[in-house]
Design a protein. Structure first.
Length: 355
């Protein structure tokens, strides 16, 4: 009996030895901004504060190494800076074009930064974007990115995806891009695609959706699209969901089959879309437009020698003697893509359906 009582007392004493971190006596980092100037790394962080009267300003620091920026952060804070809740890592375009190798290495080594944290590129100055996050609710930036991945044109990605693309074979890294509008509001502005460890090109919001349709799972194949139709009239639609199949055929041909379920939001006014033949005509025009846009984007990837879709990884799964360097040098640039989208209009306006 005495043995069990002793064990019970030990259990009560153990939590008392743990290091306490009281929520309003620490600075919980929400977003990290990273930039580079010459050989010096510059960081800027935003954090949650539970004192509404206290003025909030980013904590900035400089160091010669990426891990070294954390020591100066704590020397400039009256509370301990804690990284366990980092949701967003914002890197400057300058850093992205120089190299993300150090970032990838430190993400692997630092257990305090979650693999679910989003990595994004900022076109404006890092300090400007981080400063604006203090005017919004806690974790607003993370919520903005998540909402656009779930409902918008941004493909699903996070630190785990980036590390897999960076260290894996047959694929290249892509991350979302942030920008500021004329009113100073942060918005999603497409994607940045990397060649090895350096930013190679930017994609527009429309191209971002096309990439999303080729990468995301069927339930998250969603987003919005607008284009000029016949007689220069605009058509606006939402992709609700879809499915796809990518197959390598003989003679270096890749067949991409898509079935996309759409909701038409904006329609030309000169036709009656209760007439099914008019809807079928619209389906064909959307199909032709998307086919052209997919082929242009894929050719753009080949010209820039980047493979964000991961065709190399798909090719490797069917070829035992696959070699990444040989694929990039001899095969990728010669691939011919045949894109076959099937369009199904579920809703067009109010109460009108093609089904």
């Amino acid at each position: 009996m005495k043995k069990y009582v002793s064990l019970l007392l030990v259990c009560f004493l153990i939590p008392g030895c743990a290091k306490q971190e009281i929520i309003d006596r620490i600075k919980i980092v929400q977003s990290i901004g990273l930039d580079v100037q010459g050989d010096t790394y510059k960081s800027s962080i935003s954090y949650a504060s539970y004192d509404k009267k206290k003025r909030l300003d980013p904590i900035t620091a400089e160091a010669l190494t990426l891990p070294g920026v954390w020591l100066p952060q704590n020397t400039k804070s009256d509370d301990q800076v804690v990284l366990g809740q980092v949701r967003t890592i914002v890197i400057s375009e300058k850093l992205a074009r120089k190299s993300i190798s150090d970032l990838a290495v430190n993400l692997l080594r630092d257990p305090t930064i979650s693999n679910n944290a989003a990595i994004v590129i900022s076109k404006p100055e890092i300090s400007t974007v981080i400063s604006k996050t203090f005017r919004d609710p806690p974790f607003y930036l993370a919520g903005l990115i998540k909402q656009n991945m779930e409902k918008g044109n941004t493909p699903l990605t996070n630190a785990h995806y980036v590390l897999d693309q960076f260290y894996g074979e047959g694929q290249d890294v892509y991350v979302p891009v942030l920008n500021l509008d004329e009113n100073g509001l942060i918005f999603m502005d497409g994607l940045g695609v990397f060649k090895d460890d350096k930013l190679r090109l930017f994609l527009t919001q429309k191209e971002s959706l096309l990439l999303k349709l080729l990468k995301d799972k069927p339930k998250s194949m969603s987003g919005s699209y607008e284009f000029k139709w016949r007689n220069d009239e605009a058509v606006y639609f939402r992709v609700l969901h879809g499915r796809r199949k990518i197959l390598f055929e003989q003679n270096d041909q890749v067949t991409i089959s898509l079935k996309l379920y759409l909701q038409i939001k904006g329609l030309p006014k000169n036709k009656n879309y209760e007439n099914k033949s008019n809807l079928l005509e619209l389906e064909q025009d959307i199909k032709q437009h998307l086919t052209n846009e997919f082929e242009v984007m894929l050719k753009k990837f080949q010209m820039n020698d980047v493979d964000p879709i991961g065709f190399g990884e798909i090719f490797r799964s069917n070829h035992r003697d696959w070699n990444e360097q040989e694929f990039k040098k001899d095969t990728y640039s010669k691939l011919y893509f045949e894109v076959n989208p099937e369009i199904v209009i579920l809703y067009s306006g109010v109460g009108v359906s093609a089904q």
